[in-house]
Design a protein around this ligand. Structure first.
Ligand SMILES: C[C@@H]1N[C@@H](c2cn(-c3ccccc3)nn2)[C@H](O)[C@@H]1O
Length: 446
């Protein structure tokens, strides 16, 4: 039996409206973390910060006043939002998430409610507006990342310990609501918010405010898409309310990690966000540790689509507004792959087929078309395909030439081998299965 919750999930099951269907079909997104943290880029006075570059303000070697004064140096002379949008469009991203304000509180738009913005910097101009326009012009939807944590706001509190804290935090919540209203008024074409920094007690213990805020934003901008990270219920539960029901429009907890299997996502819409290095969102001059290859990122994108979720790759532009070589390389390599194989990704979802070692199945939503994305070619050269009962294999083709040899071999009840051409592949490749549901339990290939 369920607890009577006033500020828990207000909807059971996924949204069925057109805005959510659009988000669900897009599958590949671009995250951009850009702000003052790109100026130090993970280093300060000859010392290297080992944490995430956008957290350098919290490093003991970084005098906070010196970090806060970095706004006096924000002047991205090479910022070309049209070029950013072009390369994102080439990569095949259908939506983009931009940090309007990260935890440091620096606003990339000239906010009426905070002096700590681009308006006070040498750049002076709005960064967000031209970016939204450039991306929308390429047909790419824009979502606004907004951090509730705001280290620059004197009224922000991680926890409310005294009555004075509560009075200050009350003012802070008004400030948050004002800034979000301002962002929607300035950028009415945005499709949603991507909230972050909602794990502190001050926020977690105020479920009613987060609930009212979400409903306020939805009234202001019907159709807005907001993930599960904004809300807490009245018992402090986050993402899933105290009855285990997902709050918000999709599960937003998959940060630098992905679900393994269908059971991990419970049929909910979800999104995974991923850094190319191990844990750097903002620009870091020295990328240490493992840097994901394009094939690794492609496999994560494919895995996400096969599990009915979106995959967002993060980029951290430099303080001058350009992208580092490794990031440009990955956008170009992913672009080449998506131009050939994007049809397997866009509109893709969980096929409901038994997982095989060679890779992932992706169903074109609402159809009998099931894509096989092969990431691990078996030494046998035979791809095992086990169809669900009452499913017939009607046709098998590959998206590129010379992948399959001969016709599929029936090896058992609803089970086939698809034989591969012994051509060595250097990237995942795609085979399209046309299936049909039928009462007879036999196959199209005798
Ligand atoms: C999307 C990513 N979320 C921000 C983040 C993550 N975390 C964090 C905090 C505690 C544990 C694990 C992760 N803190 N801030 C990162 O700075 C980036 O913006």
């Amino acid at each position: 039996d369920t607890l009577p919750l006033e500020h828990g999930a207000h909807r059971i099951g996924n949204r069925t409206d057109a805005d959510m269907a659009r988000w669900r079909s897009q599958r590949l997104g671009q995250f951009i973390h850009w702000g003052l943290y790109a100026i130090p880029g993970g280093e300060w006075k000859g010392k290297t910060y080992n944490g995430a570059a956008e957290w350098i303000r919290s490093w003991k070697e970084m005098p906070q006043q010196e970090y806060d004064n970095l706004y006096k140096q924000f002047n991205p002379v090479n910022y070309q939002p049209e070029e950013w949008a072009q390369q994102a469009n080439d990569m095949g991203a259908k939506y983009m998430i931009i940090t309007t304000k990260h935890h440091d509180g620096f606003c990339l738009w000239p906010s009426k409610y905070s002096k700590y913005s681009v308006a006070a910097s040498p750049w002076k101009k709005d960064i967000i507006g031209p970016m939204v326009d450039a991306y929308n012009k390429k047909g790419i939807d824009v979502y606004l990342y907004f951090s509730i944590i705001d280290w620059n706001q004197p009224d922000w509190r991680a926890a409310l310990k005294t009555p004075a804290d509560s009075i200050a935090y009350q003012r802070f919540k008004v400030f948050v609501k004002n800034q979000l209203t301002e962002l929607l008024q300035r950028y009415p074409t945005v499709k949603g918010f991507w909230f972050d920094g909602t794990w502190d007690d001050s926020w977690k213990n105020d479920g009613s405010f987060s609930d009212e805020l979400e409903q306020y934003l939805q009234r202001l901008h019907p159709g807005l898409i907001i993930g599960s990270r904004l809300r807490a219920d009245e018992k402090g539960a986050r993402h899933f309310d105290s009855n285990g029901r997902l709050m918000g429009d999709y599960e937003q907890g998959w940060e630098r990690k992905l679900p393994e299997k269908s059971a991990d996502v419970h049929g909910n819409d979800w999104e995974g966000v991923m850094t190319i290095p191990e844990n750097q969102w903002g620009y870091n001059a020295r990328w240490a540790g493992h840097i994901k290859s394009s094939n690794e990122l492609i496999e994560m994108l494919v895995k996400s689509a096969s599990l009915g979720g979106n995959f967002v790759i993060n980029f951290g532009p430099k303080s001058d507004g350009t992208f580092r070589t490794e990031e440009v390389q990955r956008m170009q390599e992913i672009s080449r792959w998506m131009k050939i194989n994007g049809s397997a990704i866009y509109g893709g979802t969980d096929a409901g087929f038994a997982k095989q070692d060679w890779g992932y199945y992706i169903r074109k939503s609402g159809t009998d078309s099931v894509y096989m994305v092969v990431c691990n070619v078996p030494v046998s050269g035979q791809l095992r395909v086990k169809l669900p009962a009452q499913t017939t294999l009607v046709n098998v083709t590959s998206l590129e030439k010379n992948i399959i040899s001969g016709t599929p071999e029936l090896i058992g009840k609803n089970e086939y081998f698809i034989h591969l051409d012994h051509k060595n592949q250097d990237a995942p490749f795609v085979i399209l299965l046309q299936t049909s549901k039928d009462s007879r339990d036999n196959s199209g290939f005798e």
